[in-house]
Write a protein that binds this ligand. Sequence first.
Ligand code: GDP
Ligand code: MG
Length: 709
Amino acid sequence: MGIAIALAGNPNSGKTTLFNVLTGARQHVGNYPGVTVEKKQGRCVSGSDEFHVVDLPGTYSLSAYSLEEVVARDFIVKEQPAMVVNIVDASNLERNLYLTLQFMEMGISVCIALNMMDVAKKRGIDIDIAKLSSLLGLPVVPMVARTGKGRDDLLKIVADHAKTRTRSLKISYGRDIDEALDEMVEKISSEHFLTDRYLPRWVALKYLENDVQILEMGKEQNPQMDTWLSSVTRKLTHHLDTTLDTHPEGMIADQRYGFITSILKQGVMTCTRDKNRIETSDKIDKIVTHRFLGPMLMVAVLMGLYQFTFAYSAVPVGWCEGFFGWLAGRVDGLLSDGLLKSLVISGIIDGVGGVLGFVPLIMFMFLGISFLEDTGYLARMAFMLDRIFRLFGLHGASVMAFIVSGGIAGGCAVPGVMAARTLKSPKERLATLLTVPFMNCGAKLPVYALLVAAFFSENQARVMFIITLISWVGALLVAKLLRSTVIQGPATPFVMELPPYRLPTFKGLAIHTWERTWQYIKKAGTVILGISIILWAMMTFPRLDTAITADPAQVGTQQAAARQTDEEKVDQASAALRHSIAGRMGTAMEPVTRLAGFDWQTNIALVGGFAAKEVVVSTLGTAYSLGDVDPEDAGSLSERLQSAPGWGPITAFSLILFTIFYSPCFVAVVCIAKEAGSWKWGAFSMAFNTLLALGVSIAFFQTATWIMS
Ligand code: GDP
Ligand code: MG
């Protein structure tokens, strides 16, 4: 029977010519069953190998729009040829590769016969075959079908590779579509929906593309699943329409071309002549991803983003702080002194309020980032950073994971860890998983904002930029360290989507900003509220059992309380806090943490941060407010810190450093363990990161105090 191969490619790419070159006279012309599409089959012998060749109809895509496309893909799925030989016109690479990607997404074994090399050469197009092959992960054979050049090479490659399946390609289709795809794939896999023939991700994509054939098959096999998938598609379609003014199919095509653009840009194709065919996006990219101008522009964009965020959010952040201060004052007047009042003011209002107070800042940051993402600039940043990432044993696809985790500021390590799924090499993936928590997620942002506002108010944007830089440098160095010790292994080639630039709509930006902000608010209202209350309890119990305690209610009479001086009250509050579980823990750690400039109250906050980083701010708030004499004129937390003993720019920066590097929050640790496939790595990231943070902070604090003294 021989090795079955199918020739596929765009019309006029030279399929028939190649077919004739391969099969010579031994061919048979018929029709595909039931349709009037011509089917040519033939035999071909080379050395000891025998091949059975079928010439598929020429197509530009694999949708279900034309009969040719359906015939081509049905043949591949039903007949399962050992290999698809994809004939690609070298003089028209960009357009031809679009079909190639779709074969790869089907997860079938593909090789490229790069035809018309003579035409390409005449037009001054130079193609780096080895690079193209390594970036796509496919064998590529240069050919001139008309003269038969490359025939034997092709047959040899087919004989060698026919049995090895190409790893199915996973293109990223942008955040919105990727999320929907993940959700769909999970259910498709668990329901075995059409999976006897197709890959789950391919089925999901076809639903998003509204593929009539698949929709029909789906409805027949499992109407319930069909309804569910259609509703996910509808929701996504509506969402894309309102946010980006596009639809899934358009977006999918854009990202596929973006993937190809990115391949060709990495030196695969150089055009020595024919330079007038550069489109607008390409023109913009010439400057934006320029070797020198690109990085400079990137720094400027980031500085601009921080300036924008801090400058414009200061006023509304002030309003929020004012509101919660006012609220605490009202509650103070309404409730009588006692545990309940302490819980409401110190536990709930200071805790949740401390986090919610930063909503405007988060919102401005997300607005800026949504703008960068929706225009397509974020993808260019990742593209540029890829070169640097390789040096440190990471992968270009790690960049997106880093940015999602808060590489610019204001992400979250949990989706960042998930984003690392796109990495194929397990070692690069693990290195990414373990280093994304160093990025500045939305929860760390309030910690920085608080400390920067209190101690570096003159240079907020600049300090924020330095923080970002430190977290990246730290992450890259740790990655390098891990990749040259515990997770050694070679680098894999990489392609990243470079979609065309878009002008974002105001409505789209507003929706994307709100979606992310709402996540933050929701978390404050649920997880953070719970942790705040637990921490409050830890900071309150066991209570001091003397006649006079921090809680004036126990004194018995108002007069007795009034007789105390304010100073005495603060001292007692401080003593009560020290006596509590949290206080004892904080105090026990002080001998070590003092080297980094942290007192026992800060330690309490940092312990809270193991659960969720937002809690650092709220716990500092609680720790420094428990002793407040009068919540109404206590001033904001940043003012309180400014006047607190032991606090200054050096302590503040030491705390910032610690916050950048120490253990990921609990949810992130769970995700890392799950994605890495072992609790060992979750525990590793907690222990390693915390020790690293402690080392960095102590080194900084000791050096800085020594220089200043
Ligand atoms: P199909 O539509 O994919 O089957 O393409 P054909 O095999 O019919 O080829 C289209 C045209 O391209 C024909 O005129 C071929 O002679 C020509 N052609 C095919 N391969 C080559 C090649 O490698 N170099 C050049 N210069 N022309 C080619
Ligand atoms: Mg033909």
